[in-house]
Design a protein around this ligand. Sequence first.
Ligand SMILES: *[C@@H]1O[C@H](CO)[C@@H](O)[C@H](O)[C@H]1NC(C)=O
Ligand SMILES: *[C@@H]1O[C@H](CO)[C@@H](O)[C@H](O)[C@H]1NC(C)=O
Ligand SMILES: *[C@@H]1O[C@H](CO)[C@@H](O)[C@H](O)[C@H]1NC(C)=O
Ligand SMILES: *[C@@H]1O[C@H](CO)[C@@H](O)[C@H](O)[C@H]1NC(C)=O
Ligand SMILES: *[C@@H]1O[C@H](CO)[C@@H](O)[C@H](O)[C@H]1NC(C)=O
Length: 467
Amino acid sequence: MKMGHEMKLLRFFSRIELQKVGFAIGTGCLLVSLIYVSVFKFDVVSLLNSTSSSALSASPSNHRVEDIVCSQQFDERSEDSILGKKLMCNFSSSRTDICEIEGDVRILGKNSSIFLVDSREIYDPCGDETWWIKPYPRKSDKEAMRNVGELTLRSLNSLEDAPRCTDRHHEPAIVFSVRGYTKNYFHAFTDVLVPLFETSYDFNREVRFLVTDFRPKWMNRFLPIFKNLSRYDVINLDKDDRVLCFPRAIVGLRRHADLSVDPSPSPKGYSMVDFVRFMRRVYSLKRDSVVGTKRPRLLIITREETRKFVNTKDIVHLATEMGYEVVVSEGQADLAQFSRVVNSCDVMMGVHGAGLTNIVFLPTNAVLIQIVPWGGLNWAARICFEEPSKEMKLKYLEYSISEEESTVIGQYMRNHSVFKDPGSIRKQGWNALKEVFLDKQDVNLDLRRFKPVLERALELVHTHSRE
Ligand SMILES: *[C@@H]1O[C@H](CO)[C@@H](O)[C@H](O)[C@H]1NC(C)=O
Ligand SMILES: *[C@@H]1O[C@H](CO)[C@@H](O)[C@H](O)[C@H]1NC(C)=O
Ligand SMILES: *[C@@H]1O[C@H](CO)[C@@H](O)[C@H](O)[C@H]1NC(C)=O
Ligand SMILES: *[C@@H]1O[C@H](CO)[C@@H](O)[C@H](O)[C@H]1NC(C)=O
Ligand SMILES: *[C@@H]1O[C@H](CO)[C@@H](O)[C@H](O)[C@H]1NC(C)=O
């Protein structure tokens, strides 16, 4: 039995011209490494040269080799190459799993199943292989992934085993989940909208979105974004009992870093600058960049529940005296409206939190002032908003509050580790950190200490007005 299989492998390889050896990882092969690639190359060569079926079994790593063979990218230039069939899963990133499939792709939403059907007469070692994937790009976060449905990806050898197509589409499909942490506004952008942009923008709207863990209200809120990325109606894949057929599908989303687009995989090198331009187009925002402002507009993002400003009125008073026109808001559910408010401003300030995600609507060269609460949270501040704001070509200022400006001061003795060693709270885990520093802390800005930051923001805005 085993020998027969290997013989078929041999025939299989003799049919395709292996000019280019793509690499990828399949089941049980989580370590992507050049070692495996070179093992693979070596084995293919020996397979092709050998008439003996012992070639494969002689390899100590033949299991791995097969995995790689089965998810390898075939050379599209050679005409005989498996009718353009391709199944490539990349499970090597710590952020996201993604599979790209080309050929006869059949998707049965109700069963959470995706099939790649290969009906060639010749035996295909990739036949009847199965992969599992959760199409939400925060894979190492168990809590986020817990409520993300898993999809089964199967490569089928025979047409008979395949479900019959009920709907045929000619455009490619992108399959992704909108659950995870998406209730949170920051996560909506960093986990779905930006990754979807990165994965789909190159298709120039000729792509169809298939959504799992569908949330109608959520989808509706961001509908203009989906519509501008795809000319087709979004399909709710949950419980869909049709068999949807596509020539190509991407399962999962690319994700590079928070609110960040990796320009390298895209032929056109799209970046976060393109994402914010895209936002301006979607919401018809007027201002591309900060210019000629006599009285710069300052948007103070407030929060209702946690990490509130205790002295908002005083901040408004100070900023107005300094020459700002001040807008105070905690944000609005209606993005069409609120994006316009944000875009009309030159400076935005707020305590570290999801509201700062609205920087995606600011004009280029606008200033973000991130107020970092007590507790050594600068790392989070950097990852979530500092680095992204720079990628968006905004100016970034940061203000870390002192313990005197934090309301944790009334909650703990001054000799408590909350003050003496905030890092030790972080070491107790996310829940401890969240409770002490994110959920139970409000901010009472020391205006004398803070004023220079508002002055610096004015300078930055004026520099650009003159340019
Ligand atoms: C395989 O055969 C080709 C040509 O037939 C030869 O150039 C190559 O060196 C051989 N490789 C091995 C590993 O024997
Ligand atoms: C797989 O993903 C990793 C991490 O995102 C990336 O560096 C690598 O280039 C990808 N491999 C392929 C073959 O696309
Ligand atoms: C889908 O699921 C149903 C019931 O769970 C099963 O009977 C059917 O064979 C599945 N279809 C395919 C194509 O796997
Ligand atoms: C993008 O979305 C906006 C707002 O819904 C809409 O007016 C515009 O026509 C859309 N553009 C495209 C190309 O669909
Ligand atoms: C903190 O100070 C109080 C009284 O000043 C004392 O009772 C308590 O033991 C101290 N706690 C620590 C952790 O040092």
